[in-house]
Design a binder for this molecule. Structure first.
Ligand SMILES: *[C@@H]1O[C@H](CO)[C@@H](O)[C@H](O)[C@H]1NC(C)=O
Ligand SMILES: *[C@@H]1O[C@H](CO)[C@@H](O)[C@H](O)[C@H]1NC(C)=O
Ligand SMILES: *[C@@H]1O[C@H](CO)[C@@H](O)[C@H](O)[C@H]1NC(C)=O
Length: 212
């Protein structure tokens, strides 16, 4: 037990130093601490490290680790997706979702969830390198929307989830480009279209622009 907890401590320090997530246990812990599985009605036992990267206009891209707080101006996106330390079959497709659990404010999330991204047909590059990029070949159902928490709000939780893509997903009509992005329910959508539980995820906290 001692050895296990020490390695958990070490890997969380390594996670800080490298910035991206390096431990599934640490990701799961961060989700639980932030109350995400409860608030999103999800079972979250990730089996892959899902990496989300925000390119920056100047300087290096920002890799998320679960629970990172970013200034809004670092989240212009669109984000890039990859999986780390796990090799997914390039013959398989994956669905990515991003939701805001705290709109308009964490205290009164009456319009949550806001669907900030939803897209299918993400395929790993098959490179079998440490980080395999996921790229999509079809248009997203909901294109990426940059976080815009209202002035005065506490930071919101923006959650990224990776799912196995079921057969026939491209024909689903539960959510389309014209479906309101407000009052979305990722858990309900997942059960409607047969996504199962997420296989990976991460999240960031973003507050309003200091000037807003
Ligand atoms: C974001 O805004 C902060 C000030 O609030 C500034 O220091 C920083 O350089 C800006 N970053 C980008 C990527 O524009
Ligand atoms: C692919 O995903 C990106 C977001 O990562 C999205 O902006 C784009 O519309 C999607 N579709 C295509 C064909 O690239
Ligand atoms: C979202 O859907 C789940 C069913 O998957 C349900 O248990 C939950 O209450 C719903 N959440 C909201 C806020 O309606």
């Amino acid at each position: 037990m001692k050895v296990l907890s020490l390695s958990a401590v070490i890997s969380s320090f390594v996670g800080l130093a490298l910035s991206q997530d390096v431990s599934l246990a640490a990701v799961r812990r961060a989700f639980n601490t932030a109350n995400i599985p409860t608030d999103a009605s999800l079972t979250f036992n990730p089996s892959v490290l899902f990496e989300v990267t925000f390119p920056q206009t100047s300087g290096p891209a920002v890799n998320l680790h679960a629970g990172i707080q970013l200034p809004r101006n670092a989240t212009v996106g669109p984000p890039l997706f990859s999986v780390r330390d796990s090799f997914l079959s390039p013959a398989r497709s994956f669905v990515v979702a991003m939701v805001d659990l705290d709109a308009p404010t964490p205290q009164t999330p009456t319009s949550a969830q806001i669907r900030h991204f939803l897209g299918g047909d993400f395929r790993p590059d098959g490179s079998r390198t440490r980080t395999e990029k996921l790229s999509n070949t079809t248009a997203a159902i909901s294109n990426f929307l940059q976080p815009t928490p209202p002035a005065g709000s506490d930071p919101h939780r923006y959650v990224f989830l990776l799912f196995n893509q079921p057969q026939g997903f491209d024909q689903q009509t539960a959510v389309t480009a014209t479906t309101s992005i407000a009052n979305f329910n990722i858990s309900q959508f997942a059960s409607e279209v047969g996504l199962g539980n997420p296989i990976g995820g991460t999240f960031m906290l973003v507050g309003p622009d200091p000037t807003s």
